[in-house]
Structures are given as structure tokens and as C-alpha cells.
Design a binder for this molecule. Structure first.
Ligand code: RUB
Length: 310
């Protein structure tokens, strides 16, 4: 390998390690964005590798494992890395690169397709409540606005990382009238809400949804007030390993995200960042392959992965 080519490969390795740091530090967050942020440098590294040799696959798997470990409970991240690993086993370097490319296109077009389908569930002059910072749910609200539905949005602050601030900025930028509320104000405002749209970090085979902590509480309150709740979820959110949400590991992060170090003593601070919303509380799953109920979502995901694997 020429010195120039080996320098290019080294550069791509540095970018890949930087991407891993970005995900670990929460600079990049949101289930889909994380998976895309891992796939792109993996693809670029592979392309810079030159002709496939005896160590290529070992190195690719090593990098995929490293990227996956940045948020070990991230299901789309796992699915994307698994696609690359499996494709490299079956089709070598060319297979791995095709799988990465497929994932990037799939995740890109899915967002637009979900926005179009979910916007159809938002009636004229509706108020939509959303939680955290889901690109899929935000896309749906913006699309309904673009279609002239005169929608308003309410976004939760989303403790402890306050991702709701990103959500209100994105909605305001798109000129959607939007209010920001603290998480505990959801029940208070539900009487003004026509529909709840949230994203998903993962979906179990039975349709249980893992999403930002607090989603379950919102879903219970929405059910009680007869407000429909839709989950905007790309099929690559499916956790094929999990029969129900209980089998999906919930990420617990440091206590310091909630209270400054040393601020309180002798108290255990728990910081689970996701929770499981039972399928029974979900009004529908808006995927890029259609809007379905809990029984349909696994079937759609399986078809999508079969198609992606070729
Ligand atoms: C983000 C979060 C989002 C989902 C879906 O949590 O819970 O609702 O990831 O997002 P965090 P998207 O900030 O901890 O990553 O629809 O963009 O995939």
C-alpha cells in the first residue's frame, strides 16, 4: 500500500474514533442519528482500505463492535452494525459497503415516508404533543404544518438532558407554533392535546416501545384522556431479540446528569434514560412501510431487513 493510501486510511480511522466519542459524549444523540453517525465513518473507512486482505474483516468487526459499545443499548445502532458484520461475512468488503450504503439510504428515505404517513393522522387545527427529540415525530409535525393543517405543537422539556429545547427550536424554525412545558405538566395540558406523536429507540416483537424516560407516563395519561398516541418508528428500530419490552435493556446514566457532584450526599440517584411503553397504550406505529398495529410491526420489520440483506 502506498504511503498516500495508508495515510488516507489512517485519517478515516481517526474520524471513526471521533464519531465514537461524539456518540459516547451525547454530542450526537437520537436513535437514528446515532446509527447513521456510526455507519458513515465505517463505510468511509472501508472505502479507504484498498483491496480486501486477510485482516480486513477482523478490523471491520472490531470497529463495528467499538461503535456499538458507545451506546450499548441502542437498538438501531446494533441493527446497523449487525447488518455490516453479517454482510462482510457473506460478501466481504463489497458486501459490507453495500450494507452500509443501504442503511444510509433506508434511514434517510424512511424519515420522509414516515412524515408523510404520520401527517395524515394529524387532523386540521390539531395540537400535537411530543416528547424528547425525535426526528421522525418532528418531521411528522412539520409535514402537517407544510400541508396547511394549522397545527400547533407542545413539547416537553425532557429532563435531564432537555432535548425538548432542540425540538422547540426545530419546530419554531419551521414556523410551527409551539409551546415548551416541563415534563410534569403533561397531564395538565392533555385537555388541549388532540394527538401525541413520539419516536422510539426500540420496539419489541410484541410492539412494546422503548423511548425516552417519561414516554410511558405520557402514554398512560393519554390513554386515560382518550388522546391517541402514535409511535413514529422506522422498521430498523425493531429489536428482533426481544419478545417484549421487558427483554430490552434500559440504559442508566450517571447521577451527575441530574444533580451536580457533591450536591447531595447519602442518597442514591437513579437515572434510567428510557422506559417501556406497553403496546396496549399505543394507537398505531407509523413506519416507512405503513401504519400498523402492534401485531403488524414485527412483520413489516422482518420484511424490511430481509430486503436490506438482499
Ligand atoms: C432520544 C430519544 C428519541 C428517540 C427517537 O434520546 O429518546 O425520542 O431516539 O429519535 P437520546 P429518532 O437523546 O437519549 O438519544 O426518531 O430521531 O430516531
Amino acid at each position: 500500500m502506498s504511503r498516500k493510501a495508508s495515510g488516507a486510511r489512517k485519517d478515516k480511522e481517526i474520524l471513526l474514533l471521533q464519531a465514537a466519542r461524539d456518540i459516547r459524549s451525547m454530542k450526537v444523540r437520537g436513535a437514528t442519528a446515532i446509527a447513521r453517525h456510526a455507519v458513515l465513518p465505517l463505510l468511509r473507512w472501508s472505502r479507504s482500505y484498498g483491496p480486501e486482505d486477510a485482516t480486513y474483516r477482523r478490523r471491520l468487526v472490531g470497529f463495528a463492535d467499538l461503535l456499538e459499545a458507545t451506546r450499548p443499548t441502542g437498538v438501531p445502532l446494533h441493527n446497523a452494525m449487525e447488518l455490516a458484520r453479517t454482510a462482510s461475512r457473506r460478501g466481504g468488503k463489497r458486501g459490507a459497503e453495500a450494507a452500509c450504503q443501504t442503511f444510509l439510504e433506508w434511514s434517510n428515505t424512511a424519515r420522509t415516508e414516515i412524515a408523510a404517513l404520520a401527517a395524515d393522522l394529524i387532523r386540521r387545527r390539531s395540537t400535537v404533543l411530543t416528547h424528547c427529540n425525535s426526528q421522525a415525530a418532528i418531521g411528522a409535525i412539520i409535514e402537517a404544518h407544510r400541508l396547511g393543517r394549522e397545527v400547533e405543537a407542545i413539547a416537553t422539556e425532557t429532563r435531564p438532558w432537555r432535548q425538548g429545547l432542540l425540538t422547540v427550536k426545530a419546530l419554531a424554525k419551521a414556523r410551527v407554533p409551539v409551546s415548551l412545558i416541563v415534563d410534569s405538566a403533561v397531564a395538565h395540558f392533555l385537555a388541549e392535546v388532540d394527538v401525541v406523536m413520539v419516536g422510539a429507540d426500540a420496539v419489541a416483537r410484541n410492539g412494546d416501545v422503548v423511548n425516552k424516560i417519561g414516554t410511558r407516563l405520557i402514554a398512560h395519561a393519554a390513554k386515560r384522556e382518550k388522546v391517541p398516541l402514535y409511535v413514529c418508528c422506522e422498521t430498523f428500530k425493531m429489536d428482533f431479540r426481544a419478545a417484549t419490552g421487558r427483554a430490552i435493556e434500559i440504559e442508566e446514566r450517571e447521577a451527575t446528569e441530574i444533580v451536580r457532584p457533591g450536591k447531595i450526599r447519602d442518597v442514591e440517584v437513579r437515572n434510567p434514560v428510557f422506559d417501556v411503553t406497553p403496546a396496549a397504550l399505543v394507537g398505531g406505529y407509523v413506519t416507512e412501510r405503513g401504519v400498523v398495529g402492534a401485531r403488524g410491526v414485527h412483520k413489516l420489520a422482518k420484511a424490511a431487513f430481509d430486503a436490506a440483506a438482499g
